[in-house]
Each structure stands twice: as C-alpha cells, then as structure tokens.
Design a protein around this ligand. Sequence first.
Ligand code: BMA
Length: 377
Amino acid sequence: MCKRVYFYVICIPVLFTALLGCNSSNDLDFPINKSATSETNSLYKNLKTMQYHATMLGHQDDLAYGVNWQYEPGRSDIKDVTGDYPALVGWEIGQLELDNSVNLDSVPFAMMRQFIVEGYEMGMVNTISWHTFEPVTGFNSWVDKDSTKTVVAQIIPGGALHHEYNIMLSKVADFFLSLKTKNGTLIPVIFRPFHENNGDWFWWGQKHCTTEQYKILFQYTVDYLLQHDVNNVLFAYSPDRFFTTTEEYLERYPGDQYVDVIGFDDYQSLNQENGVELLGQKLEIVNTLAKERNKLSAFTETGVETMPDTTWFTEKLYKALKYSDISDDVSYVMLWRNDNITHFYSSFKGHSSAENLNAFFKKEDISFRKDLPELYK
Ligand code: BMA
C-alpha cells in the first residue's frame, strides 16, 4: 500500500477512533467502579440521562409494609393511593453486621432479598442504607451528641478494631453478591453508607470523628467492596441539611473517585416559613455539583412524620423541586418509611394527604414505576 493510501485508509480512521475513545464525556458516563456489571453501568448511564427530564419518587421499605399492614404480596402504600409503585425503593441493612436474620426494623433479610429481586424485575431501582452497629460497645448507630466515644478512629486502618470492621464489611459484601435473579444476574443497588455525617446523632457524625477519619472510613468501605468484587453497587454520599454553600457541602466529601451519587437528606427545611426557597437552594447546590462532576444527584431522604400538611407533596416538595431550572435536575427523591400510624413519612390510602400525593403522581416530570424506561440495558 502506498504511503498516501495508508494514511487515508488506515491512519485517519484509527486516529479518529482513538480520539473518540478519549472523549471525556464518554468516559464520564461510567460509575467509579471500572469493573461494574453491564446492568450497573446501564443503570448509572440511564439515570444520568433521566435526571435532566424527570425526578423519580422513592419510598423506604415500600414493598415490605405500610401503615397497618405487612408482607402482603404486591402491596405498597404508594400504589394503594396512586395505582402505581414508586420508581425507587429503599432498604436498610443495619444489624446484618451482627449476623441477625432481621434488620433493626425487624425486616427479615431473606424477605428483603426477595423484594429487591421483585423490584428489579419490575424495572424499579433499589437503594440501601446502613444504620451500622459499632464493634466498640456493640451498640446501634445513635450516640449522644456529647459522647466521647471514638468508633471511627478504632475501625479504620491502624485502629484497634480494624479487623472487626473488615468482618462487618465482608457480611455486607456477601449480601450484595447474594442479590441475584433466578438466572444469576447480579442486581445493581445504590449503597449509601454513613449518611447524615454532618449531624451529631450517629457515631460517624461530625463531632465523633475528624474530617480526615470520616473520609478514610468512607473511602476504605468503597475500596473494600470493590476489592472483593462487589461490582453491582453504585455509591451515594449523603450528608444532612447543614450546608448553604458548595464548600460546606464538600467538607467531608470523600472524593470523586468514591462517589457516584451526590445527595443529601433533609426533613426540616420544608417546615420553615421560606422552606421552598431553602430546599430549592440546597437542591441547586447539589445538582450543580453533580453536573460539574458528571455524577448522579439525589434527594436521598425526606418526608414529614405523620404528614400533617395535607398539601405537602404539591405545595412544598414539588415547588422546591421546581424552584429553578437547576433545582429539578435531580434523579430521585426518597420518602422515609411508613412504619405505623405514629411513624410514617409518606401517605397511605385513607389519610388526609392521599389526594395530594395523587396530584403529585400526575405531574408529568415526576416518575413512578410505569413511567420508567428500561434502566438496566
Ligand atoms: C429511623 C427511624 C427508625 C429506624 C431507622 C432505620 O429514621 O425510622 O425507626 O429504625 O430509621 O430504618
């Protein structure tokens, strides 16, 4: 082949392909785990596209129980009201690390696994939180704000109980790797460890470890799971409401290599007089960061206990989402669990807020399960 033909026929196409391969926006459509399963990659990519068009509604423990019922196949408080399931369901694995067969809210892990499969097979998204029991005293996640207990320092590398933490993590890894369909496909989940870390109520909270120690804990947790071939997980970082600037939000952020979902929890802002504005501005901060860093953005926990405000869904939550063109660029908003008549954060059939949840359901840019595209291909 003469040199000129070689140049046009081989070099130019090769160079062109190489340049396309280096295209950063292509690379950035992948999660932090370069060995993620194809379903996990697809979930990440599809959610990223979707977050600029619609916001998914999520609900903690939705398929397992609601107000005045539990473990009724096919039932969901959200579905009882709207006729459709939420697009995303949250699960909680606290107590798995103790080898208990039920979580701290008494949900059997065997049933949780089944619900996660069901949710996946219905095209929904599953997310998992971890109210971790600590190995120092064996006590649960909550501590007195003045506690001088220093769990984080003791479980990170170099700490006296680091080995114990590895054992806890191995149980979490096993659980994630047990989330499979009948034909063996691993089910992608969004894992949200050590949340609300800028509050002082959990042992990993602001007052109970240094910024550096918290970051090491989060990073070590991600690294451990990746090194143990947990390739069906996306990682979410979600501090609580205590930020009004990007710098404040990023104070304990573990770094872009450790986070797929930039999120936050907030139960309080919407109760303030200027709540829509307050929450709208937080959503703007988080959504802008997610966009700049090519991540997913999420409002990872919210709701009001016993939902006394009967128009909360359209007049507070929806208005905050619609505060600006930026505030609604959020992948999902997840309502906390409906445990019983005095501890529920969403709505249910017969409750005075149900009609308003239905009005929220009808909004074009809010997605429930039936609105979802195929997320895993
Ligand atoms: C809290 C409450 C608790 C529950 C915990 C973990 O916000 O709902 O009752 O044990 O979450 O799910």
